[in-house]
Design a protein around this ligand. Sequence first.
Ligand code: SAM
Length: 245
Amino acid sequence: MSATRQKSARMKIDILTIFPEFFTEVFDFGIIRRAKAKGIVEINAVDLREFTSDKHRTVDDRPFGGGDGMVLKCEPVFAAIENLLGTSDRTGFPKGTRVVLLSPQGRVFKQRVAREFSTEIEHLILICGRYEGIDERVTDALVDEEISIGDYVLSGGEPAALVVVDAITRLLPEALGSETSAENDSFSDGILDFPNYTQPREFRGMEVPEVLLSGNHAEIDKWRRRKALEKTEKNRKDLLTKENG
Ligand code: SAM
């Protein structure tokens, strides 16, 4: 992946990781691939081992105070940020830059957070933790915000980075193309999406709802809204009682 920013990319995303190979092909499909090709987004995986200074390219060490496991060291992360932004002093980070640490301890990533990121950020830097986590001095000195993709613990930040990048990219202007829109997606207006059907009209005795074949768009809209509410009530009642999209 290129380390230099394409001039036209509206959002640049750098993912700091000890496993850059994780991202080798994962962004080469569908909407993300097209958004990259159109210069809407540029995504780079930055190998933290490139920013080590010992011959073993060490990125982890034992925790002070004892205990299990290893901790991701702070030096490679500081060096990588300095390389990307010219400084590790947060007050000197360029406007539009946000440094995010993927962490189960962070703000939970929701559709509204994805929308916020897609509109406010020009340069997103995602730091992927591993092992027991990352030296807290990274969080204190470099990180604008910790983001969690849910209340469970992953082995590393890479799958979380993939989720965040995907959800943001499809919201960038023109990423979806004219044939699709995020408008009706689940959470966009606080409820889940309505059910969809395609050919054949009848499959193993299961019929497509008659109203969808009627051509009456007012009735179709009413039916879709009702079905979306029913699905929300059944699967995600919490969305109906608080602003949770
Ligand atoms: N000991 C840490 C704790 O309990 O908070 C968990 C460390 S976890 C095994 C290793 C890394 O995976 C974390 O540093 C973080 O980058 C990533 N990670 C794990 N769960 C995550 C989640 N729910 N959302 C985002 N990142 C997560």
